[in-house]
Write a new protein. Structure first.
Length: 503
């Protein structure tokens, strides 16, 4: 599903109204009906309801919702923040209609309290909010937040911008946000996403053609649009599913490549080899299905190991490089030579990313998936973490285009950026994965999927999604703090099962 900015949504609205000919009042009515439907599904006390209304079309939606509430026997107060003379267009039409209904209009002043309401609809600002809220609306937002009622935001929690994930002023903290036509940036990226509560997207008759007119380039991954997972032919054999070689590890971090290799195996690679230092071979003993490429007498890689490894990987399909690899200069020399002398599809994670420079990135063009977290990406760009956090969507996009790589910028709202400028957000991240080892697992899963001939982008999409689904299934049974990476890997089959059940 496309994720839009406020400006894109407004343009899709305009196209629908002016070019397709659906009257705007019809869109508003559809919005109101959709929001009302979602309200009915909420299992909360509903004896007394407030609809808090601004002067734009978001307020218009609220006025139309109030009508549906009254028509269905609910007791409703409409709280106007601005004088009713300010209503224009569709909001005014709905105001004029609502005046004829048995509804109490309350003009907001500082004596108005919100604590008596069981449900509060926030219809103050939507996509039209320009800058941080000031004045009376700010006061109302604060009071709504301090009140006890269940808060339903109409389209966007008031005070946030649809086009930004930043919280730049006072905003409503909603329990539920019913957004219209498509999710906006505010609904899928943190920290703003935290203010939205549960997010439901309602169709209001904006056709897909109107959305494609605004050239969306950001998409939210969900069960419906995930790449198809292949079914295996009954006569298939391990050679059909590729060979992934995991190269990483150094003293103290030998578990990282082992977990990546185990994840590759569980993601379905036909064969997975883990390069491992002789003295640490026992790390692999728990996973006899993973093959070993033994590196003699060492605990980190140097140029001496390159030629033999290059020979070994010649007939293999994928390299997954970097997990726990270490950061000294000799390791960089090894990595540079390995990248130079191979042309495989390559997943690079963790310390592997630490060593990348312009020259190496150029050699990885069109064959690599890079999986940095925010800190690693900041280092790759030579900027601070805060700078990345502020502008991560654009930075990810520019980087993937510039270097021709698939960039997986890992966080609770992972962004996958492609060399052709598309962006996919994987916003089902869960806190159980906020743990060392998760990155190794992801790199291994992506490598294992590429081995099975998924494209780099599809492998990244499935890899991120399946890990999140698996971890959230585990969170239903265990405490989120106590979930180990190896448990996530062992349970990947459940994530795959759930995804495949939708396909
Ligand atoms: N278009 C459609 O067909 C459909 C639209 N729909 C709905 O309309 C919503 C968008 O409506 P919108 O464009 O009227 O803007 P909205 O969010 O109500 O706010 C604008 C008002 O806020 C004011 N204002 C702005 N910034 C401010 C600030 N910092 N502090 C204080 N005031 C500020 C601004 O005042 P102004 O600055 O213009 O004087 C203006 O009056 C959208 O989210 C969805 O809910 C649906 O019905 C489906 C069909
Ligand atoms: K709102």
């Amino acid at each position: 599903m496309e994720v839009l900015s406020s400006a894109q949504m407004m343009e899709a609205d305009r196209y629908t109204i002016e070019e397709i000919g659906i009257p705007s009042i019809v869109l508003m009515e559809n919005a109101a009906k959709g929001i009302f439907e979602e309200f009915l599904k909420c299992e909360v006390k509903k004896d007394k309801i407030a609809v808090v209304v601004g002067k734009g079309n978001n307020g218009g939606d609220g006025l139309a919702v109030a009508r549906h509430l009254i028509n269905n026997g609910f007791s409703v107060d409409v709280i106007l923040i601005y004088p009713p003379e300010d209503f224009k267009g569709d909001a005014k039409i709905n105001y004029d209609i609502l005046k004829k209904y048995p509804v109490k209009f309350i003009q907001y002043d500082e004596n108005v309290e919100f604590d008596s309401y069981d449900v509060i609809f926030d219809a103050i600002f939507g996509t039209g909010l320009g800058k941080a809220v000031k004045g009376v609306a700010e006061q109302v937002i604060e009071k709504i937040n301090f009140s006890r009622g269940f808060k339903i935001a109409v389209d966007i929690p008031s005070g946030l911008s649809g086009s930004s994930y930043e919280i730049f002023g006072k905003c409503v903290k909603a329990d539920l946000t019913v957004t219209l036509a498509r999710p906006k940036i505010v609904h899928v990226f943190y920290p703003a996403k935290k203010m939205c509560g549960e997010v439901v997207v309602k169709d209001i008759s904006i056709p897909d053609s109107a959305v494609s007119k605004v050239n969306p380039e950001l998409f939210m991954l969900n069960y419906e649009n995930l790449p198809l997972i292949y079914k295996r032919e009954p006569d298939s054999h391990k050679g059909n599913f590729g060979h992934n070689v995991v190269i990483g590890g150094s003293k103290g971090k030998m578990g990282a490549p082992v977990m990546a290799a185990y994840a590759s195996l569980m993601a379905g690679a036909g064969l997975t080899t883990c390069a491992i230092f002789e003295d640490y071979y026992y790390y692999l003993s728990r996973y006899p299905e993973v093959m070993a490429y033994i590196v003699q007498g060492k605990d980190f890689y140097t140029l001496n190991e390159v030629n033999a490894i290059v020979d070994f990987v010649q007939d293999k399909d994928v390299l997954t490089i970097g997990c726990g690899m270490g950061r000294n200069h000799q390791i960089k020399e090894f990595l540079a030579e390995l990248i130079d002398k191979t042309d495989h599809f390559t997943v690079i994670d963790a310390d592997g990313l630490f060593h990348l420079d312009e020259i190496l990135l150029e050699k990885l063009r069109y064959r690599a998936v890079l999986t940095p977290h925010i800190g690693e990406f900041a280092r790759l760009l030579g900027v601070s973490k805060d700078e990345v956090l502020k502008d991560r969507i654009n930075l990810a996009k520019e980087f993937a285009i510039k270097y021709g790589v698939v960039l997986v910028l890992k966080s609770a709202d992972t962004i996958i950026a492609t060399p052709d400028g598309l962006l996919f957000v994987v916003s089902n991240g869960v806190p159980a994965l906020a743990k060392g080892g998760s990155g190794d697992c992801l790199a291994g899963v992506i490598g294992g999927l590429i081995a099975q001939k998924y494209s780099l982008v599809d492998a990244a999409k499935i890899g991120c999604f399946v890990m999140n689904v698996t971890a959230s299934l585990l969170m239903e049974e265990k405490n989120e703090k106590c979930i180990k990476t190896t448990e996530v890997i062992e349970n990947l089959y459940r994530g795959f099962n759930k995804i495949e059940a939708y396909q």
